[in-house]
Design a protein around this ligand. Structure first.
Ligand SMILES: Cc1ncc(COP(=O)(O)O)c(C=O)c1O
Length: 410
């Protein structure tokens, strides 16, 4: 085990309640419009159902946990969550980028409501998102996009937005927090419909926003209080119930999608298959970014996407877990990576590791060493092949002392 929980355990633990003897393991829903008030008015107790609800709180803490956020707020639908975020962030005289190939009612809202209020709305397809966002104040990205399943390089987009002080919102409906956690890639806010895969039973509508910037989350909570698009207590409870099985469902959905993609690709009546698995993500990186023939360009782009630091030594841990003679075993490999000179300029270890790792993986993918479909897990990258790869060689640099001096002098 690598010390992290798997998706199923993560989702079960996120909805777990405190173990208090005699209390139900699964807390019941609390449907309430009004609550008894306390004579002590300074106590922050529940008072009215549009401001707070114990079942929301439980769901919000589970969603925040899954998204890796400090806070989450639930809403009555995905659209309620998304429009609240856009209303709060896209002010008159600002420029907003929305997906041209994402969920269509979002761009209708932007065109029919935000545009007349003085917001400049630009629609961009997934592949053009980074370029279109160059001078935007607020960017809403949806990846994988519904319905075309195109993907956006979130880390790159997030670094561009951060660099200019723009706000990046990511619609995480399709991937769910089990598939990707946009906040960890640099997004400012996640918005999502929990109506779809996350709740998974086609019996409710729900949405949420998740984030870690206290002021922004407070403004969103205020917007929800004043506009009222809240989630019912029963729906909140149903989403909570559903989250417990989300890990298992997600895993099976991914397996089914991959099996279908393989079957359809081989079918003579099928012209093309849109599937955001590993092969297509690689294709996206190489073709859509016009990098197939420009490996140096790819390296430069990756280096730009990763914050440069003067950190000199990075320890890389590669864990490989597997079954041996019926026993779960784990091998841990460690490598020290030093900052070094590349083409005469000092380069931080972080840049080397990230650019080198991705280029090495692209090479191994092309050589057929890595799986050609499905999502790629770290354990599937053979360490020997990785280190022997021409880009993996970057990991052997040990010219630390000279580089440290150069970095210190710079
Ligand atoms: C990507 C995406 N975002 C948002 C929504 C809106 O969610 P809801 O129907 O819960 O309002 C949908 C609905 O299909 C969606 O697919």
């Amino acid at each position: 085990m690598n010390g992290k929980y798997g998706d199923s355990t993560r989702s079960v633990k996120a909805v777990g309640s405190e173990a208090i003897p005699g209390r139900p393991v699964a807390p019941p829903p609390v449907p309430a419009s009004t609550y008894h008030l306390s004579p002590d008015e300074t106590e922050s107790l529940d008072s009215y159902g549009r401001s707070s609800n114990p079942t929301w709180r439980q769901l919000e803490s589970a969603l925040a946990e899954l998204e890796g956020a400090a806070t989450a707020l639930t809403f009555g639908s995905g659209m309620a969550a998304i429009t609240s975020a856009l209303r709060v962030l896209a002010k008159p005289d600002t420029k907003l980028v929305v997906p041209a190939d994402g969920y269509y009612q979002v761009r209708r809202y932007a065109a029919e409501y935000l545009s007349p209020h003085g917001v400049t709305v630009v629609e961009a397809r997934s592949a053009e998102m980074c370029e279109a966002s160059a001078d935007a104040d607020v960017v809403l990205a949806e990846t994988p996009a519904n319905p075309g399943l195109d993907v956006v390089d979130l880390h790159h987009l997030a670094m561009d937005c951060r660099g200019r002080g723009a706000t990046l919102i990511v619609d995480n409906t399709t991937a769910t927090p089990l598939g990707q956690q946009p906040l960890s890639l640099g997004a400012d806010l996640v918005v999502a419909s929990a109506t779809k895969a996350l709740s998974g039973h086609s019996d409710l509508l729900a949405g949420y926003v998740a984030g870690s910037q206290p002021e922004l989350m407070q403004v969103l909570e205020r917007d929800r209080l004043l506009t009222g698009p809240i989630l019912g207590a029963f729906e909140a409870w149903l989403v909570l119930r559903s989250l417990g099985s989300a890990g298992l469902r997600f895993e099976r959905q991914c397996q089914n999608a991959q099996a279908l993609a393989v079957m359809l690709r081989a079918h003579p009546a099928v012209k093309s298959v849109r599937y955001p698995g590993h092969r297509d993500l690689m294709k996206f990186l190489l073709d859509d970014l016009r990098m197939s023939t420009d490996r140096d360009g790819l390296k430069t782009m990756l280096k730009r996407a990763v914050p440069a630091t003067t950190q000199d030594v990075v320890l890389i841990f590669v864990t490989v877990t597997g079954m041996r003679r019926g026993q779960l075993v784990q091998d841990v490999f460690t490598r020290k990576i030093f900052a070094k000179d590349v083409c005469g300029s000092p380069m931080s270890a972080i840049q080397i590791t990230t650019a080198g790792a991705i280029c090495a993986e692209l090479d191994l993918f092309r050589e057929g060493v890595l799986p050609q479909s499905g999502f790629l897990r770290q354990e599937q990258v053979p360490l020997d092949a990785f280190l022997n790869n021409r880009f993996g060689k970057l990991y052997e640099g040990a010219n630390a002392v000279a580089t440290t001096r150069q970095l210190a002098a710079a």
